[in-house]
Design a protein around this ligand. Sequence first.
Ligand SMILES: *Cc1c(COP(=O)(O)O)cnc(C)c1O
Length: 263
Amino acid sequence: MKRCDRSAPRDWVDNAVRLIDADSQRSADTHLLRYPLPPEWGVQLYLKDESTHPTGSLKHRLARSLFLYAICNGWVTEGTTVVEASSGSTAISEAYFAKMLGLDFVAVVPAKTSPEKLALIEAQGGRCHLVERAPDIYAEAARLAAETGGHYMDQFTNAERATDWRGNNNIAESIFQQMELETHPVPDWVVVGAGTGGTGATIGRYLRYKRHATRLAVVDPENSAFYGGYELGDLGFETGMPSRIEGIGRPRVEPSFVPTVVD
Ligand SMILES: *Cc1c(COP(=O)(O)O)cnc(C)c1O
């Protein structure tokens, strides 16, 4: 019987964590932009621009957290092939981190994904594995990881867990720090879309933890399952249909969606 070695040397892991931290250390925070509205509305609107990361992908923060979580759990180590179910921004950012760590990366994507998107994943050193039916990407990614002895990153389950919700420069802490010197430093509302649900979960938890009166609104596009699941209180709710909006809206209520923190 083959036994697992549970106490392998940690040199690779130490270096991988250092490389990810160094990437973060070199980077500035993303901008919180003011968006002028007619003064008679009496509303101040701010936009958090998550696109100003090295890859230009909105999911850089998420990919960093997912890699750190997987490495610190001992799921990813030297030579692990990383597999993800993603048709877009997450795969681009994960391919970037995989390359930085010298790991192979496979994105399992719906066959209808645009060639431009696939090219962006490949430009970061990732490989794309096409699946005919979009709802099959999850099972196919898990199968591929098992077959290759790789690791299925599973952003839709782990986004909510991999992010430090109490701070550590998560997106909520960043927004509130950037608001500090504004006329109204505590917003009435934070509005966010849901892809994994992780950003909503992080912000909603942070609001309670910091005792801010701010409420959280999640915007869900047509055909997406989050709204139905929220309204019916049914986390198993599915529409099975794709959303027309890139990055948000899902055919099922993803495990990272936490409806109890959504106002
Ligand atoms: C990913 C994404 C979000 C929020 O994502 P979560 O995965 O729910 O944290 C919001 N808007 C856009 C455009 C996105 O790509």
